[in-house]
Design a protein around this ligand. Structure first.
Ligand code: GUN
Length: 291
């Protein structure tokens, strides 16, 4: 069993980007500038946005954090987005999800200039991706493709089961893996909360992307020998033996599934760090597109 070490691969990617930034600097060119908008005080979102800003610093990008209170109105948020769209110094920006309930998420995402949409969530980018046109790929699926590629995991002709149909992970993952591309050409099945006899599908899978949002849902008896496991889930599970009172768990029961897997991502240290690295890659791309 081989661990798909997202932490290591993401560090390699960050080093590659940092080298490109150093070249940009030496030529006197503008370095990429990423902005992140955070609304409210959701613990996980604050952690993710903090990690994104820190990663920018590490590789030599400029970064701006727009930290807004929970009570921010939709109109106020749209006004910030308008300013970011029109700020020539900003190459790309993200609005961290989820947003507070009183804000229409789709309306907000549609207000982002598609050329600065480094999350790849705007309908224009989703459409372009679906039609095999150049676009920003959403960072988590992009990171999974990159991880599979860098470990030379064969996907062509394989049966990939994507668990979950979210706009951020499951849906784009299922589209990308069926396309003619590296880490693609797969036969894809999407299973979700309404799927009947779910384990029949997962037991047939050569590769499983678990993004269903239920901790340790996928057990060893639901997979076949040699399966490749990509675990996107990350939830806090109460654990009295830990000082902080919880541990981080994925959607996969690592203990039982890893015994049968040929490759598996750990949680943490698998998909999560890759997401950040690919966001940086998209921001570099955005800068290159604008120069
Ligand atoms: N919330 C969970 N994942 C993501 C992501 O990739 N981007 C943004 N903006 N919000 C998220």
């Amino acid at each position: 069993m081989i661990i798909l070490d997202g932490k290591k691969v993401s560090n390699d990617i960050k080093d590659e980007i940092a080298a490109q930034v150093a070249i940009m600097k030496s030529k006197g060119e503008k370095v990429p500038h990423l902005a992140a908008v955070l609304v409210g005080t959701d613990g996980a979102s604050m952690t993710y946005v903090g990690a994104k800003v820190k990663a920018c610093e590490r590789i030599g990008f400029e970064s701006t954090l727009i930290d807004l209170p929970e009570e921010t109105t939709e109109q106020e948020l749209l006004s910030h987005i308008h300013n970011l769209n029109n700020n020539d110094d900003i190459d790309g920006f993200i609005v961290q999800l989820p947003l507070p309930k009183h804000i229409d998420e789709q309306k907000v995402l549609m207000a982002v200039d598609p050329d600065k949409d480094v999350d790849g969530f705007h309908p224009t980018n989703v459409g372009r991706m679906t039609l095999d046109l150049p676009s920003f790929l959403p960072a988590t699926p992009f990171g999974i493709l990159e991880l599979l590629e860098r470990y030379n995991v064969e996907t062509s002709g394989k049966h990939v089961v994507v668990m979950g149909r979210s706009h951020i992970v499951g849906r784009p993952m299922s589209i990308l893996m069926s396309q003619k591309r590296n880490a693609g050409n797969a036969t894809v099945t999407v299973v979700h909360s309404r799927t009947q006899n779910l384990a029949e599908f997962t037991r047939d899978a050569d590769i499983i992307v678990a993004a269903i949002g239920i901790s340790e849902f996928l057990k060893g008896d639901m997979v076949k020998d040699g399966v490749v496991i990509i675990d996107v889930g990350i939830t806090r599970v109460p654990d009295d033996t830990k000082k902080r009172g919880y541990r981080l768990a994925g959607d996969v029961d690592f203990e039982s599934v890893s015994k049968k897997a040929s490759f598996i991502t750990p949680v943490p240290g698998g998909v999560g760090p890759m997401t950040i690295a690919m966001l940086l890659k998209n921001t570099l791309l955005a800068r290159e597109m604008r120069s």
